[in-house]
Write a protein of this length. Structure first.
Length: 442
């Protein structure tokens, strides 16, 4: 009777739980880590399991791999939760692990979503990792460089887990249909193209793939003692792909970087794609619009000054109507900015001036370009020898406007691209005039 209850309990578990690999031979994907002659394979075979951090998106096998490593090493497996585990609970378990170590029993402590542990919680593991009381395996979807304490990170090896390929997910789905833990005893069938569609929809996530298959089987109608999953059963489940995106995490910065650099490289199609990835992932359109306004001056600049006008107008349009309607306005700006001639002369000019402003003596403003708005200020020489450019034929004067220590420092170097070619011609004309009319400081 106990076996009957056990089998019934197992059958009630989600398909993804039932199909969790029991051995490394069943593990699918991550061949760069656990394939033949791969680094983790060798470490496991040698019995040299270091503390490590598994970094990768959801559903790629981080928890499963940690359990398999513990099983292979015949080590006790302790699972910690950032939500329920306080410092007291951590230290209690760590002391038990130290006692077990002295008795010859290894302990692997698994911390899922280690990035959610605060600094104090992470620090609580340090002495036990250093002492060898435990082998720590952390799993995170966030960049451990930013989310894991440097002291703990320095004592662990970081392994990057990749999203599962469509072929890997298709293999998992086929196994689920034939394995007794899945639907092997129920005569469930599905065409290969349907499994491929589910695998594609899952976007590299094994859990999503298996959950989708489970829903499809549940919705399918039995036919002659068999359950046949049809196109109709699958189609209604694949209405919208859940894109991996965290507006506060690394993927946020990865995608805005991809958008910015695609526009800078004038790759309009890539730019539109990355824009859609951000918006469909739930990004705030005003955040994107603000970045486009910045790009208009940083990367297009005087080569096409209309870029700033268009980017600013699109920002206003996004404020007026919001998503999803403003997606087309953002596309308008992205396309314009991608195809516009490029110049970063404004950006480099400011950075060069900023360097001088920070690194040189902050000399006083020359008296001739100060406003002498009171009798005292005029007596002190404010505005004396000021030359009004509009009173001259060329609208130029030889008056010094730079501090003494920065005379002849030049920051803006226009390109010959787009409208900036006209700007360059004008600047060349001004510089030629000054060479013909030097000041005492030249």
């Amino acid at each position: 009777m106990a076996d009957l209850f056990a089998s019934t309990s197992a059958a009630l578990q989600p398909l993804a739980s039932r199909m969790r690999p029991q051995t490394l031979a069943e593990f699918v994907g991550q061949s760069q880590l656990v394939g033949p002659d791969a680094v983790l394979t060798k470490l496991i075979a040698a019995g040299e399991i270091p503390s490590m951090i598994f970094w990768g998106p959801p559903g790629v096998g981080k928890t499963t791999l940690a359990r398999l490593i513990a099983r292979q090493a015949k080590a006790a497996f302790v699972n910690f939760s950032a939500v329920t585990s306080g410092i007291k609970e951590i230290r209690t378990v760590m002391e038990e692990a130290e006692q077990n170590r002295q008795l010859g029993q290894a302990t692997i402590v698994f911390i899922d979503e280690i990035h959610r542990f605060n600094k104090a919680q992470q620090d609580a593991f340090l002495p036990y990792v250093e002492r060898g009381s435990i082998t720590l395996i952390g799993a995170t979807t966030e960049n451990p460089s930013f989310e894991v304490n440097a002291a703990l990170l320095s004592r662990a090896r970081v392994f990057v887990l990749q999203p599962l390929a469509v072929a890997d997910l298709t293999t998992l789905l086929q196994r689920a249909l034939t394995d007794p833990r899945g639907y092997g005893l129920q005569q469930v069938t599905a065409d290969a193209d349907l499994l491929t569609a589910i695998a594609t929809f899952a976007n590299g996530d094994a859990r999503v793939a298996l959950n989708t298959l489970e829903l499809a089987v549940t919705n399918a109608k039995p036919q002659d003692g068999r359950t046949v999953v049809t196109q109709q059963d699958v189609a209604q489940l694949l209405t919208k792909k859940a894109l991996l995106y965290d507006k506060n995490g690394e993927e946020h910065y990865n995608l805005i970087s991809a958008l910015h650099k695609s526009m800078r490289n004038s790759d309009v199609d890539a730019a539109i794609y990355w824009l859609s990835r951000m918006l469909e992932g739930g990004e705030d359109p005003l955040y994107v619009a603000r970045r486009l306004v910045r790009f208009a001056s940083e990367d297009v600049g005087m080569a096409d000054s209309r870029a700033l006008e268009i980017a600013t107008s699109v920002f206003q349009a996004c404020q007026f109507i919001g998503m999803p309607e403003c997606a087309v306005h953002l596309t308008h700006a992205v396309v314009y900015l991608s195809l516009a001639p490029k110049s970063n002369a404004l950006y480099t000019a400011y950075e060069a001036a900023k360097k001088d402003a920070q690194a040189t003596v902050a000399e006083p403003v020359p008296l001739q370009i100060r406003n002498g708005v009171t009798p005292l200020m005029k007596d002190l020489g404010y505005g004396k020898d000021y030359e009004y450019a509009h009173d001259t034929a060329d609208k130029l004067t030889a008056m010094q406007t730079m501090p003494d220590n920065l005379v002849n420092h030049h920051y803006y170097h226009p390109t010959t691209l787009g409208s900036e070619a006209k700007v360059k011609a004008r600047l060349d004309q001004i510089q030629a005039w000054h060479q013909a009319h030097p000041t005492d400081k030249d």
